[in-house]
Every structure is written in structure tokens, then in C-alpha cells.
Write a protein that binds this ligand. Structure first.
Ligand code: GDP
Ligand code: MG
Length: 184
């Protein structure tokens, strides 16, 4: 079954999740905050890891989320199909203080749907919610887009940790729920 891959333990699940969105919206910092509780005030694409595996527990079952981060190639609009291959979840990220990154979301969703052959569980993430004074995209606009596209939605801050764990968990939990329904 292409939907997930089993490791040694038949009760373990491994889900590939991809982070996408314009350059500098905070993808790498969301992952750093979630997986290592770290933040990089002046990060460059060099902090990127290829992927990071994070364990989570649902109903006493161990679920591993293998979260993929771009190595800055999104700057050149050159995220490869290999990056998307096998992904069952996605966080599509914009920066609430840069409207242009919100306007790119449609393009990222198109790219995601072009490269993935199944319904990828997707959350729209408005990051940098701490930048209240500089906000250019309202919460209502984010919510409306997510509703129109059938996506989960959350505003996050990798800086102050707000909703970071919740955003990743929303995706992984939904995948887990779909999978448990399908297998039974
Ligand atoms: P990426 O290119 O999407 O991976 O973005 P990075 O994670 O490299 O972040 C780009 C810049 O935005 C860096 O200077 C980060 O410190 C900053 N940044 C990331 N997340 C946040 C956030 O939630 N709040 C604020 N204020 N800055 C952030
Ligand atoms: Mg990055």
C-alpha cells in the first residue's frame, strides 16, 4: 500500500510530511521549533536538514512523522518531484507579514497536487503571528482560503512557539485517523 510504509514493528507508522511555501516564511524554523525546540533569528537556507523524524503517540501507537524541509531551492522555484514523492501530509506556509507569500499559496497547492497522486492531508499555515504590527494578511483571509480549498488552517509563530506543535499534530493525527479507518 503506497499510503504509508511500515518499519520493523508492524504497529509503527511512518508518514512523510513536506514543508512548502515561499523562501523565508519560516519553514525551517517551524521544523526546528517542533523537532528540537530551537529558533534561529538569522537563519539562512544552510540550517536546513533534508528531513527530521519525529515520534508521536496516538491511541498508544507510535507514529513517526518524517518531515521534509527544502534546502532553499524554493527560491529558484525548483523544488523537485522527488521532494514530494510519497508525501501523505503537507504544511503549506506563508508569512502573515508578507502578503506576497500568501498570494503564492495557490501556486504551491498546484505544485503539490501535480506531484502527488493522492489526497495529501494539508494544513495552511500563516507563520510569524508574533509580528502583530507588521501583519499584512488577516486571520479571516487565511481561514477563508483554507475553507475554500478544504485545508486545515492555523496561525503559528516559530519565534514564540505558538501553535507549532498543534500544526504538525493536526496533519499527522488526521493521516493516522484516515489510515486506521482504511485498514480496519
Ligand atoms: P524558510 O526559508 O521558509 O525556511 O524560513 P526560515 O525558517 O529560514 O526563516 C526565515 C527568517 O524568518 C529567519 O530570519 C527567521 O528567524 C525568521 N522567522 C521564522 N519564523 C519566524 C516567526 O515565527 N516569527 C518571526 N518574527 N520570525 C520568524
Ligand atoms: Mg528553509
Amino acid at each position: 500500500m503506497a499510503f504509508y510504509s511500515e518499519e520493523d514493528n508492524a504497529d509503527d507508522y511512518l508518514f512523510k510530511i513536506v514543508l512548502i511555501g515561499d523562501s523565508a516564511v519560516g519553514k525551517s524554523n517551524l521544523l526546528a521549533r517542533f523537532a528540537r525546540d530551537e529558533f534561529y533569528p538569522n537563519s539562512k537556507s544552510t540550517i536546513g536538514v533534508e528531513f527530521q523524524t519525529q515520534k508521536m503517540d496516538f491511541d498508544g501507537k507510535e507514529v513517526k512523522a518524517q518531515i521534509w524541509d527544502t534546502a532553499g531551492q524554493e527560491r529558484f522555484r525548483a523544488v523537485t518531484s522527488a521532494y514530494y514523492r510519497g508525501a501523505v501530509g503537507a504544511l503549506v506556509v506563508y508569512d502573515i507579514s508578507r502578503r506576497q507569500t500568501f498570494e503564492s499559496i495557490g501556486r504551491w497547492l498546484n505544485e503539490l497536487h501535480t506531484h502527488s497522486d493522492m489526497n495529501v492531508v494539508t494544513i495552511l499555515v500563516g507563520n510569524k503571528s508574533d509580528l502583530k504590527e507588521a501583519r499584512e494578511v488577516t486571520t479571516a483571509e487565511g481561514k477563508a482560503l483554507a475553507e475554500a480549498q478544504g485545508l486545515f488552517f492555523m496561525e503559528t509563530s516559530a519565534l514564540d512557539s505558538s501553535n507549532v506543535t498543534a500544526a504538525f499534530e493536526t496533519v499527522v493525527k488526521e493521516i493516522y485517523n484516515i489510515l486506521s479507518r482504511k485498514v480496519i
